[in-house]
Design a protein around this ligand. Structure first.
Ligand code: ADP
Ligand code: MG
Ligand code: MG
Length: 889
């Protein structure tokens, strides 16, 4: 008998997603739940892989199994494909094991031809319906299977509506439709040199091959790349009896979400089109009405839908996105899948479901991908501001975005590459535009509803989008957007709000994010569940305060140089950096101490009772110096103006800058190198830290300062700085007649430090890894250059699987971290080791940190929620599958 490639719905199950695709598996599942699903069968993903292995041929074994499946379907339905009086019509649907909305092709109404169209017309006594089904089929089959440009049919359809004097497709009558069919067939013969195929079996086999083939169309490939879906999966093909939403006024098609996909609100939400087939909604060709249209017109069907939605949600224990069709007041279900949703909705749905008892808290914590939280941590449009409103559409994907108008996907990609923020503006939403959506900051369309595929994809990508903004028109040729009596050109700036649907002229004022109650709850659950402490990387008292409120358990890294960036302070720092002698340097440093001390006091206060790790100054001198080119220009100007006083001063400054110039500042005179060659700098900073701490101690405030030394590579560097810091501390203690324990640690960001951690630890009380710089120094990549130039190519061509600045490279950088931990703790068991860097808010990296037995992670204030959630997930995972920690020697 050979391998089984075809499964009837009654032979499949929800667990067979890999083989039958998500769509096929869930259809089988719905049948076994007793739901009204048109019957059919599914051709497996294995058949698809075999199709490709055999040079895009459907093997005879597979085609004979398809014919067997069809025979059974004919028996069950009591109809036959191509039959003159009882014609069976089917859909040929794509579906991979991971849902890829709208990315592959589907063909409806297959089995229709000149004869069956007539018999359908006669039997239903609705010729308009029969012809409408036929013309739809010709268009889909021709564009998907025969590669005829779909716009040829669109133009013909528009022309026919003009002739008939109607605006809606569904208003065309039988005669006009019959005429249209002839024109469509003519297009096919002209474009392909062959007549439109009349044999239903030929139609079926060709359609099946074409759907297999759509696995490799451009949009599907882009979608897979973005979502890291493996190429080898392939698509299943489902053949299913047609039901007709276009069979008249008691028919229609719709999509229902069991909860709101943008807000997560727990009530049925969806869209409906009367007298239409499913493709009209999902392809965004027509802007549908809200579900209330169904509720008003067919209350019984609506009630049944509501009950079914509830049943499906309970069955899958997740929010569902359901496709349904109503044929002559009878409800049919055509698809259900876990609904794509915005970050906001994801959180509300997950927390609500945990509270409803549908899922556990651990499941809730595991369901949210921390990296998807980022839209919630962004700024949104200030609700109190006065806006120059251009119009309002449907908010399809929350968040606000400002950018320049761009009218096609290619241009969006091009401009995005030059670093511009763009808003892609299109007449309608189509999945073909996916590459442009990826490159855009937001998407605006004139037609289409919030359940169309493109809106679904925007939500999935976390891009703000507004759809169905029908008061606008787009002129693609002139490249203009008309909003009422106003005209905007490509390149003009607009802001869209994907929650309210507002489209605003220019840049709108933004406000910081507010967390919903559900978000706060989720973060509380995360705090309760995690075991790895989450600290904050802050540069000011204000940030420390914010972080504390978000639940940070201390400061893992305070970068003192950031404190010098405000203009007033920078002047003093510049003078200090330019000083010719230690004496002169100390003069300016003494002016800086009180300022730094104030900042430290503020941070200590905000973090009362918690550790605060302060890094001694790190960056190269030149970062604080004026730009040499600008200065040269100013010198020229002073020369012309004959201002000798200023001229002299500026020339001296330029000379000093030139002396300090470094050819590779990233590896330059900085970090502990600066602190060792100019010991007075670290001395003054240490003094500021110790004085601030002792002042507060006198006030009765509990402070736990720690000092950390940047850019170490050799243990003697650690020793030199340690001696300097300890001496300074002793001086301060004597002065205050008081003392406290201030540990001195090593910042681990160079490979040599990791490799010699057993030596460094002789003089270091603790370690903190800086994974950003450790990644740069391990790869020899400069992050800015890499991300701006070659890294995207590396990722596209799979030279690298992930961006190592986002997902920790466990194989390389991770190995250095492990070596450092092992060597450090071999000399000093129980050595406290933390980590800071962008990786501390990324799921997989945090799991690695947890498994390696680190003592804390530290992240930027606005990323603390991601870190908390990552840490909670790591705790749950390690509990489920305990991983041995690094072996102690
Ligand atoms: P996609 O993955 O692009 O959504 P689908 O296979 O789900 O493709 O089909 C596209 C549209 O056609 C959907 O709206 C679906 O509900 C509708 N459809 C598919 N099969 C049938 C059928 N047998 N009868 C009626 N409508 C169908
Ligand atoms: Mg679908
Ligand atoms: Mg560094």
């Amino acid at each position: 008998m050979g391998q089984k490639y075809v499964y009837l719905f009654s032979e499949g199950s929800g667990a067979m997603g890999d083989l039958l695709g998500r769509k096929g598996a869930n259809l089988a599942d719905m049948i076994s739940l007793g739901l009204p699903v048109p019957y059919g069968f599914t051709i497996t993903t294995e058949a698809c892989r075999r199709f490709y292995d055999e040079g895009k041929q459907i093997h005879p074994l597979i085609s004979s199994q398809i014919e067997d499946g069809l025979a059974t379907l004919e028996q069950i339905t009591g109809k036959a494909i191509g039959h003159p009086t009882r014609p069976l019509l089917v859909s040929v649907r794509s579906g991979s094991s991971i849902s890829m909305p709208g990315m592959m092709d589907t063909i409806l109404n297959l089995g229709i031809n000149d004869k069956t169209a007539e018999s359908l017309a006669y039997q239903t006594n609705q010729p308009a319906f029969a012809y409408d089904s036929y013309r739809r089929f010709i268009q889909m089959f021709a564009s998907i299977v025969l590669d005829v440009d779909s716009s040829l049919f669109e133009e013909e359809l528009l022309r026919m509506k003009d002739i008939a004097g109607v605006t809606r497709d569904s208003d065309l009558d039988a005669d006009h439709l019959a005429d249209l069919i002839n024109r469509y067939k003519k297009i096919v013969s002209e474009e392909t040199g062959h007549c439109f195929p009349q044999d239903p079996i030929e139609q079926l086999m060709k359609a099946t091959g074409a759907v297999f083939d759509s696995w490799y169309n451009q949009r599907a490939m882009i979608y897979r790349r973005i979502h890291k879906i493996p190429e080898h999966l392939g698509t299943a093909v489902t053949i299913q009896e047609m039901v007709f939403g276009n069979a008249g006024v008691n028919s229609g098609t719709g999509i229902a979400f069991t909860r709101h996909p943008s807000t997560g609100e727990a009530s049925l939400f969806g869209e409906f089109l009367l007298n239409a087939q499913g493709e009209d909604i999902v392809a965004g060709i027509r802007t549908p009405s809200p579900l209330s249209l169904l509720q008003d017109n067919m209350p019984v069907v609506y009630a049944q839908l509501k009950k079914t939605a509830h049943k499906l949600e309970n069955h899958y224990r997740d929010m569902q996105d359901i496709e349904f069709t109503v044929e002559n007041s009878r409800l049919f279900l055509l698809q259900t899948r876990a609904a794509k949703r915005t970050a906001e909705a994801a959180i509300k749905v997950t927390v609500d479901m945990a509270n409803e008892g549908l899922i556990s808290r651990d499941e809730a914590l595991l369901r949210i991908n921390p990296s998807n939280l980022s839209p919630l941590l962004q700024y949104t449009i200030d609700p109190h501001s006065v806006l120059d409103l251009l119009g309002t559409g449907l908010g399809a994907s929350s968040g606000a975005a400002t950018g320049i108008i761009v009218f096609d996907a290619e241009e969006a990609e091009r401009l995005h590459r030059t670093g511009l923020s763009v808003i892609l503006v299109r007449p309608e939403t189509t999945p073909e535009d996916i590459h442009g959506m990826v490159a855009s900051d937001g998407v605006l369309t004139i037609r289409g509803g919030v359940t169309s595929h493109a809106a679904v994809v925007a939500r999935d990508l976390g891009k703000p989008s507004v759809v169905g903004c029908e008061s606008f028109t787009v002129d693609l040729e002139e490249r203009r957007l008309h909003a009422g009596d106003r005209t905007l050109n490509e390149g003009d700036v607009i802001t869209i709000c994907g929650s309210s649907g507002q489209v605003i002229n220019g840049e709108a004022p933004l406000v910081p994010p507010r967390f919903s109650d559900e978000f706060k709850t989720l973060l509380q659950w995360a705090r309760d569940r995690k075991t790895l402490p989450v600290l904050a990387s802050v540069n000011s008292p204000r940030e420390a305060d914010l972080s504390r409120r978000m639940g940070a358990e201390g400061v893992g890294l305070c970068r003192t140089e950031q404190m010098f960036k405000d203009p007033h302070r920078l002047g003093i720092v510049t003078k200090m950096m330019l000083a010719h002698s230690a004496y002169e340097r100390r003069k300016y440093l003494n002016q800086l101490i009180p300022i730094q001390k104030d900042d430290f006091c503020g941070i200590f206060r905000a973090m009362e009772g918690k550790p605060v790790t302060i890094r001694l100054i790190d960056p190269p001198l030149h970062e604080f110096l004026p730009n040499a080119e600008v200065l040269s220009l100013e010198i020229e100007r002073a020369r012309v103006a004959g201002d000798t006083g200023e001229l002299k001063q500026k020339i001296a400054l330029l000379e000093r800058i030139q002396i300090l110039h470094e050819s590779n500042p990233a590896f330059g005179h900085r970090g502990c190198r600066l602190g060792i060659t100019y010991p007075e700098i670290y001395e003054c900073q240490t003094r500021a830290i110790a004085e601030a701490a002792l002042d507060l101690k006198r006030e009765g405030i509990h402070v736990y300062p720690r000092i950390i030394v940047p850019l170490l590579s050799h243990t003697n560097e650690m020793l030199a700085v340690r001696v300097n810091v300890l001496n300074t501390l002793e001086q301060v203690y004597t002065q205050y007649c008081d003392r406290m324990d201030i540990p001195i640690g090593a910042f681990m960001e160079l490979p040599r430090a990791c490799l010699t951690a057993d030596r460094i630890v002789e003089y270091a009380d603790f370690f903190v890894y800086g994974t950003n710089d450790l990644t740069q120094s391990t790869y020899g990549f400069s992050r800015d250059d890499a991300e701006g130039k070659y890294l995207a190519y590396y990722l596209d061509h799979k030279i690298l699987q992930d961006n190592p600045f986002v997902v920790l490279d466990q194989e390389g950088v991770g190995q250095l971290i492990k070596i450092g931990i092992e060597k450090g703790r071999s000399k000093r068991p129980g050595l406290k080791i933390g980590v800071c860097g962008d990786h501390t808010s990324e799921q997989q990296s945090v799991l690695f940190f947890q498994n390696e037995g680190l003592d804390f992670i530290s992240s930027l204030p606005h990323r603390i929620p991601m870190s908390l959630l990552s840490a909670a997930q790591a705790a749950i995972h390690t509990e489920k599958a305990p991983v041995p920690t690094t072996k102690q020697k």
